[in-house]
Design a protein around this ligand. Structure first.
Ligand code: G
Ligand code: G
Ligand code: NA
Ligand code: MN
Length: 257
């Protein structure tokens, strides 16, 4: 397929770059870390969104090369920011296919060493469906990541299928509450109380498992206030900041400092 060929070239020629969306401490409002979101600029078509190219990368097996490139770009960014006096941890998204790829951990270890970055500056986001697909393997992979000091988050929590029995076995640090629940907190939605209660339950589940919660897709002051009251520790969304290029984020952090 044409698009497959183009993606392969894009990865080889590095027509991919990262945007960064701040993750904010709900109480202080300070930027805690950032999530790296991959962008593909095609010289002919223009910008192609990840919702389109990530599934193609997964189908074609190009995801491993793509994730490898994202890991390198993330480490390079940590180095570049560090050299300008900025140290902010970066979370990157991995696919279900990445967790099954036995070289992932080893590759990441090599990249971290090459760039000389600390695992403490990195976080991995995986969806619950990814982590639950092969729990024995996931436990192994996530444990190894944590041995590097890398944090692990379950992304889009509540949206996929989760087994609570397995969740307690997974070595994870954070649950990211899916933006679907957050988006339906407004009283305009008939089910807003149900979503409110689901979030309350997720926060309480996280507390009992000693995990932190991050709410995704916060867009309004009302959503922010509810999530804060429910004890959600961190938040992301357009209410705080849109995803932005690296230099813009650097300026923002320099202003904050
Ligand atoms: O920022 P946004 O619309 O662009 O991202 C859309 C989806 O693509 C999200 O589910 C996000 O997790 C995913 N995504 C963004 N960047 C990456 C990446 O580098 N790797 C993987 N596997 N998924 C990504
Ligand atoms: O699946 P994941 O959580 O990694 O996806 C992050 C996605 O959420 C990206 O597509 C990003 O652009 C998008 N996003 C970031 N902030 C908001 C927001 O406030 N509202 C909505 N609807 N999407 C957001
Ligand atoms: Na994701
Ligand atoms: Mn994510």
């Amino acid at each position: 397929r044409l698009v497959e060929k183009k993606l392969k070239v894009a990865i080889a020629e590095r027509h991919l770059h990262l945007f960064f969306q701040p993750r904010v401490d709900m109480n202080s409002g300070k930027i805690h870390s950032v999530e790296a979101l991959c962008r593909w600029d095609d010289p002919e078509t223009g910008s192609i969104p990840p919702n389109i190219f990530i599934p193609i990368a997964e189908e074609t097996g190009l995801i491993h090369e793509l994730s490898q490139l994202v890991m390198q770009m993330v480490c390079q960014q940590l180095v570049d920011w560090h050299n300008t006096g900025i140290d902010v941890p970066i979370a990157l998204n991995l696919s279900v296919k990445d967790l099954k790829y036995f070289d992932l951990v080893q590759n990441l270890g090599v990249i971290i060493n090459q760039y000389g970055v600390s695992g403490k500056m990195l976080e991995i986001e995986v969806t619950e469906s990814a982590a639950m697909t092969d729990v024995v393997n996931s436990v192994k992979v996530l444990n190894q990541l944590q041995e590097f000091g890398i944090k692990v988050s379950i992304d889009d929590f509540g949206k996929g299928y989760s087994s609570l029995a397995y969740l307690s076995q997974l070595p994870v640090d954070n649950l990211k509450i899916d933006k679907y629940f957050v988006s339906r907190l407004s009283p305009n939605f008939k089910d807003h109380m149900i979503n409110h209660n689901i979030i309350k339950t997720i926060v309480s589940l996280a507390q009992s498992l000693n995990l932190k919660t991050v709410a995704e897709g916060i867009e309004t002051p009302n959503q922010y206030n509810i999530l804060k009251a429910l004890g959600c520790q961190m938040g992301q969304g357009m209410f705080f900041y849109h995803p932005m290029p690296a230099d813009q984020l650097a300026k923002l952090l320099q202003r904050e400092a």
